[in-house]
Write a new protein. Structure first.
Length: 327
């Protein structure tokens, strides 16, 4: 017996195909939650009754339709809730296929037993290090640990949440949605940052991430917003329209730098910076001013090559020189 939630990923999906693949999922069930640039959640409880198929059979049907109609294969995790479905899809890595988690307490416990704690939502590096200090490195070990022990390590609230997710508990429903109307990224410094050069490197890193996510989802932005968080817990937000709709990283970097420099933060103690791309539109509808500068075309070709490398080898495989190491 399996659950009714599917986590569907289309590895290497070209951005222009993503909306069509979402429509394919809507042909199976109306309960589809977009997870751009290349994934989605689908609740197929009603579809099981309509098609007379179980969730695994529906996952295979989705693979067949995606291949036949769009030439795109997919990896599908099948489970009883979004958390388990995402972890199941992760078991497939970058390979297509279907992986199902048995919808029974023993089946869930067996699946989670060797999952690293870092795979659980909300478990970052600091939490993982704290747990590893007590020999708790897998979800199975955390689920089996006494609640009082977890509370001493993490505190009451965090311990309760981590223990629930380690046991496969996820009350989050699949919420039908369209792709996000904004794309945002944030960098928090290890200490209150006074160095303007390092802040600019952080902005380069964020603009690179935002640009890549825009291009992968087949969208452009018309406006960029910078938010600077200070050590005294206050914040400043500034926005600027772009000369033309774009997802080109150098254009985003230029606007981000201009917003930062206009703030005059010579002595400011900055704790975090965030960039948000707004007024998104379909890249197919965007027009671009022709440039007579051959360097611009070379930069765009290099950007496309870097995107292909990141798609194949991971987000840190390629990018502009000067980005921060945020691993």
């Amino acid at each position: 017996m399996t659950g009714s939630v599917l986590h569907v990923r289309f590895p290497g999906c070209p951005p222009e195909r993503y909306p069509a693949l979402l429509r394919l999922l809507h042909g199976i069930t109306p309960v589809v939650q977009a997870l751009p640039p290349d994934a989605a959640l689908a609740d197929v409880r009603g579809a099981q009754r309509y098609f007379g198929l179980d969730a695994v059979q529906l996952a295979r049907l989705i693979r067949v339709r995606a291949l036949a109609l769009h030439g795109a294969d997919c990896a599908v995790g099948v489970a009883g809730n979004p958390l388990l479905a995402r972890l199941a899809a992760g078991r497939l890595g970058r390979e297509p296929g279907v992986f199902a988690v048995p919808d029974t307490p023993d089946g869930v416990a067996g699946f989670l037993a060797d999952q690293p704690v870092t795979a659980l939502p909300g478990v970052g590096r600091a939490t993982a290090r704290a747990l590893a200090g007590y020999g708790l490195e897998t979800a199975g070990q955390v689920a089996a640990a006494p609640p009082a022990t977890l509370q001493r390590i993490l505190g009451a609230t965090t311990a309760r949440r981590v223990r629930e997710t380690a046991g496969g508990v996820d009350p989050t429903p699949v919420t039908p949605s369209a792709p996000a109307h904004t794309v945002a990224a944030e960098h928090r410094f290890d200490h209150d940052e006074l160095d303007a050069g390092r802040r600019r490197r952080a902005l380069l890193t964020l603009a690179n991430e935002v640009g890549y996510r825009l291009r992968e989802s087949g969208r452009t932005t018309r406006a960029l917003t910078l938010t600077v968080h200070y050590a005294d817990l206050t914040a400043t937000t500034r926005a600027r329209a772009l000369p033309e709709p774009t997802a080109h990283t150098p254009a985003l970097v230029g606007v981000a730098y201009a917003l930062h420099d206009a703030l005059g933060l010579q002595r400011a103690r900055v704790r975090a910076v965030a960039l948000r791309a707004e007024e998104l539109d379909d890249a197919a509808r965007a027009t671009r001013q022709l440039s007579l500068d051959p360097r611009d075309e070379r930069r765009r070709r290099a950007e496309a090559a870097a995107d292909r490398a990141r798609r194949r080898f991971g987000p840190r495989a390629a990018g502009p020189a000067g980005v921060l190491d945020v691993a």
